[in-house]
Design a protein around this ligand. Structure first.
Ligand SMILES: *Cc1c(COP(=O)(O)O)cnc(C)c1O
Length: 225
């Protein structure tokens, strides 16, 4: 078994255990394997091990890796999880199955236009800056309610849920619980939260999707923000 296959099996096992501990139904948490900065061969190994959901944070990098792989693995799905420039909205809509990083009104406008032009409607998650950190992407807490409503009602976007990246330091659980409450309030089913270091806590708080990179593919050679 490749290292990647072994890592995937280990993570899936930990997800299953965390799901059971939370008294949630088996299979209710999906693993998004975050392959950013890793080559197509690494994705290939994960596909061979049965992984179908992948996350990338740069449109251009994903465009270089995914179309060819998808041709041979039609079941694979791509989540774009990184900060998205409005001028990349059309490429993102053409490529992604889920855009997890909708975080500002201009991007909502750009995505809605891109969907019209492309005739394609990937699911969308609203990214919330739960720690209100100035350097971080995401809609600030105070604006989240109005923004979620505007994305759905004014822009007509297919918003399925919420995503967050809690502050690096400190307990992530209050952030996960806040996001879960916000999703419930808006009747949104998808909660993308939890990474290599905290996905079990996220599952305890209701995550439906965890985004795990380094624990599957190893350390990244260069930082990807
Ligand atoms: C890189 C990244 C991840 C995965 O992080 P790891 O700590 O490597 O598991 C998850 N979510 C987002 C938005 C990322 O950019």
């Amino acid at each position: 078994m490749s290292d990647i296959a072994a890592n995937l099996a280990r993570i899936q096992h930990r997800i299953a255990e965390a799901t059971a501990r939370a008294n949630r139904p088996a299979g209710s948490v999906r693993l998004v394997a975050v392959s950013k900065t890793h080559p197509a061969e690494a994705v290939q190994q994960a596909l061979a091990a049965g992984q179908v959901l992948f996350g990338e944070n740069r449109v251009q990098e994903a465009e270089g890796k995914f179309p060819a792989l998808r041709a041979s693995h039609p079941a694979m799905r791509l989540h774009l999880i990184g900060a998205l420039q409005t001028n990349k909205a059309r490429d993102a809509v053409a490529l992604a199955d889920v855009v997890e990083s909708l975080d500002r009104p201009r991007l909502a406008t750009a995505l809605a236009e891109a969907m019209q032009k492309e005739g394609r409607r990937p699911d969308v998650l609203v990214q919330v800056n739960t720690g209100d950190e100035s350097q971080k992407a995401g809609i600030p807490r105070a604006e989240a309610d109005a923004f979620i409503r505007a994305c759905r009602e004014q822009h007509g976007l297919p918003v399925q849920g919420l995503m967050c990246i809690p502050p690096v330091a400190g307990d992530p659980r209050p952030h996960f619980l806040y996001l879960a409450e916000l999703a419930a309030k808006h009747g949104l089913a998808v909660l993308s939260m939890g990474m290599s270091g905290d996905f079990e806590a996220a599952i305890a708080c209701g995550a439906t999707h965890v985004r795990v990179g380094s624990a599957i593919f190893g350390a990244r050679d260069y930082p990807a923000t």
